[in-house]
Ligand binder design. Structure first.
Ligand code: ATP
Ligand code: MG
Length: 424
């Protein structure tokens, strides 16, 4: 049987990779403007890292991780998200001693064993951003503004929804009120919520079942239970977003699927991807670094799903043009093929995207290939032209052509051609 890719694992083919590169380049560019530096961390970590950070009673740890025992009997997991590995590295290398506030981002694959759907893969990719060592509410606003700027520069329109999850001081009161509310409705909730009601009650609030959702309309809102510190923080975050002109709406049902969040949480949502509505999500996690045995430092971050960004980009903006070539060299005859081979190399060294084949097919077939590549120019070179020191340069878009002197020095000739095709 032919071997195929695993279910939920997708190849990103050349026709799609242009969109991915656009996302990645724009992201790096925006993140660098906000003072972020890239950190690259391993894909495999000890399972414990995720259990201790994401939380034992979360969907991710309970049923979505790719976990296995390695040859030494240690339990390892493919990372399901980016925050835990980045924090592990931050602590392991004491990065806070180099710079009290660290602004870090990482880009790469994450793994979750979920049911694959449009915009939901088992290997997916995230832009993952963290700021460690500061807890000013303006920072929360700044981080959301950065995500917003990235989406805006990509040409995407989404909604920003925010909430506060409080802190260890105020959340227990809310949790108790919610537990009472849920106890009154025991037996009428979906199977998952009946379980969550006892293991992790906050998680019921973002249940996807419409029957549960309808009942939760009257559930207590966390924002009514915030302690003065958390209430002030949340108000200042909203004011900060306002100062930057970033529109945000409150969503009291947003609780996020990871246990580590405190205070501010946010999601960037769209109606254009069906059930996969979150393009990005994040929040503050002030206790997490200490919980992983690091220094007592606050943090905030977000993850953005690149598959969903790519889908939205194709839907809202349209796919980008093929990579193309600046110049296609159509060479006919052995001497021309040899000279063309050298020309291509020298031109590539001077920054030109050059394409050519080595087998000397007919001019018609070579020009067809130039068309497939959407080459801007074609250089037509035959043994006879070569002998008379001339080639033909065809402007593929305009359909015009000129003769082009070849000269003795290949580098000078190439520089002249570079200047000429840069003009248009
Ligand atoms: P969802 O509610 O869609 O399952 P999530 O809350 O589990 O999302 P996070 O853990 O916050 O997602 O991850 C941040 C972002 O990563 C999401 O907003 C989404 O864009 C993307 N993402 C998460 N899981 C997947 C997946 N299985 N496939 C593709 N993208 C994903
Ligand atoms: Mg999920």
């Amino acid at each position: 049987m032919k071997i195929q890719a695993l279910k939920g694992f997708k190849d990103i083919l050349p026709a799609e990779s242009g969109v991915w590169q656009r996302i990645e380049q724009t992201a790096r560019d925006v993140f660098h403007r906000f003072g972020f530096a890239e950190i690259r961390v391993p894909i495999l970590e000890k399972t414990d890292l995720f259990v201790r950070s994401i939380g034992e009673a979360t969907d991710i740890v309970e049923k979505e991780m790719y976990t296995f025992i390695d040859r030494n009997g240690v339990s390892l997991s493919l990372r399901p998200e980016g925050t835990a590995p980045v924090l592990r590295a931050f602590i392991e290398h004491s990065l806070h001693t180099l710079q009290p506030v660290q602004r870090l981002y990482t880009i790469g694959p994450m793994f979750r064993h979920e049911r694959p759907q449009k915009g939901r893969l088992r290997q997916f990719h995230q832009l993952s951003v963290e700021v460690l060592g500061a807890d000013h509410p303006r920072l929360d606003a700044e981080v959301m503004a950065m995500a917003w700027m990235l989406l805006t520069e990509l040409g995407l329109t989404v909604r920003l929804e925010i909430n506060s999850l409080g802190c260890p001081a105020c959340r227990p009161d809310f949790k108790a009120a919610l537990e009472n509310f849920l106890a009154d409705r025991a037996g009428s909730l979906c199977e998952d919520c009946e379980r969550r009601r006892l293991t992790n009650p906050l998680r019921v609030l973002d249940c996807k079942s419409s029957h549960c959702r309808a009942q939760y309309q009257t559930a207590p809102a966390i924002t009514d239970y915030l302690c003065p510190g958390c209430a002030d923080h949340f108000a200042a975050v909203e004011q900060g977003l306002d100062l930057l002109g970033i529109p945000a709406t409150r969503n009291k049902f947003m609780v996020r699927g990871l246990d580590y969040y405190t205070r501010t949480t946010f999601e960037l949502v769209t109606d254009q991807l069906g059930a996969q509505s979150a393009v990005g999500a994040g929040g503050r996690y002030d206790g997490l670094v200490a919980q992983l045995d690091g220094p007592k430092l606050p943090g905030i971050g977000f993850g953005m799903g690149m598959e969903r960004l790519a889908l939205l980009l194709t839907e809202q903006v349209g796919a980008s043009a093929p990579a193309g070539a600046d110049l296609y060299i159509a060479a006919l005859g052995p001497a021309a093929l040899e000279r063309g081979f050298q020309m291509a190399h020298v031109l590539r060294g001077q920054g030109v995207r050059v394409s050519m084949e080595h087998d000397g097919k007919s001019l018609k077939s070579q020009m067809k290939q130039a068309g497939r590549l959407a080459a801007r120019y074609a250089l037509i070179l035959g043994d006879e032209e070569l002998a008379s020191g001339q080639a033909v340069l065809r402007n593929m878009g305009a359909g015009t052509q000129d003769s082009l002197a070849l000269g003795d020095n290949l580098h000078d000739w190439a520089a002249g051609l570079v200047a000429r095709i840069a003009e248009s």
